[in-house]
Design a protein around this ligand. Sequence first.
Ligand code: MV4
Length: 445
Amino acid sequence: MFSRILIANRGEIALRIIRACRELGVQSVAVYSEADREAHYLKLADQAICIGPAEAGESYLNIPRIISAAEIANVEAIHPGYGFLAENAHFAEVCRECKITFIGPAPESMALLGDKVKARHLAQKAQVPIAAGTSESIETEDDAVAAAAEIGYPVIIKAAAGGGGRGMRIAHNEMSLRMSLHGAQTEAAKAFKNPAVYIEKFLEQARHVEVQILADQGGNAIHLYERDCSLQRRYQKIIEESPCPALKPDVREELCKAALRLAKAADYVNAGTVEFLLDDKDKFYFSEVNTRIQVEHPVTEMTTGVDLIKWQLLIASGERLKLRQKDIKPQGVAIECRINAEDPTRKFSPSPGKIERFVAPGGRGVRLDTHTYAGYTISPYYDSMIGKLVVHQPTRAEAIAVMKRALYEFDVHPVKTTIPLCIEILSHPLYVKGQIDTGFIERTW
Ligand code: MV4
């Protein structure tokens, strides 16, 4: 195992990784921007290094500054967390050149899976179903219209270098496709420095189901079953749960096996997530691979009892998975609510500022992952998530009841949060029945 690692991230995930390091006897080096100078989790790390101003481009996204901090602290490895540099294959390459272990996949598998057109080809090769769509990127309106005529409307335009919803456009007919193409290309160019887009059949009212996997450097890979992440708003997840309430046992086995075939075809090493869309006829289609630890990983930790961050460190340090597939026996139901500092009366715009009162919920089967507390000031520079509330109970009905109770207890003031929205969703009859899909939030609120 490593003796010292650097955490190239901030907030609750930095704290989550610091905690795992402490438990493993690994020294942790935190980095921070000037905006995060006062954060309490920095005191829990063995060392903390300022890497620049608040703007992410000059701190958490700045490769030379992160590498300099890693050199000064003499670390063996860097954990990127999620967001920022976590899926940047160039950063992983720079780490390799500097002889620092990147706690994640090889740059080659990140680059392969980061290109969604190549990832679709790989899925086909691995006999993983994909939605009808173009096999190459599309440049002109006429090519887009010809492709859509074959696929059938509605279609969805996706950025080849994208993911997570940015640069996506849905078109229900030729005119809207023609009108959307250029905007999607421009948005993709701006967000990902690559204008390439491709087109897929848009699956309406599908569920977003993702499979958690762990793969070691010796070619061993296991899955840790699925999470249902259908409840999203503008491609931001709000509530995630496991197991997916709609998945039949035989479909679940096929889905998880398909995820492993794809991971193996990509020579994947690390924790990872294979995303699928599941339609109302129990058919699933590969969507993308997330080559990082995800925000919602605690859902799977609760149902399987496996510490995913510890396994990321063990795998990166060269250890083999001692977990076998047959040892993974998910128990009960876990639900996660993301607590964002957002104002629902202002279209959920970020609501930064000082938290004056912070009374955290607790009790049986309740886990709160947060870096915040009374007196903490939420910075306007970074995303608005201030924590994740996760419950684990024997049944879904009990998990919903405990989550609602915990959300009622949770008192954050005067910053506005998504706590009331989460309570509303958990009280909705369709949510209670598990009848949710990717369009549910936008249709209902
Ligand atoms: C789709 C889709 C329907 N059909 N692809 C969104 C994030 C990215 N990871 C994949 N996403 C989707 N891809 C096809 N062919 C639906 C989504 C989707 C979604 C779409 C609209 C509104 C909310 C959504 C929430 C999750 C996924």
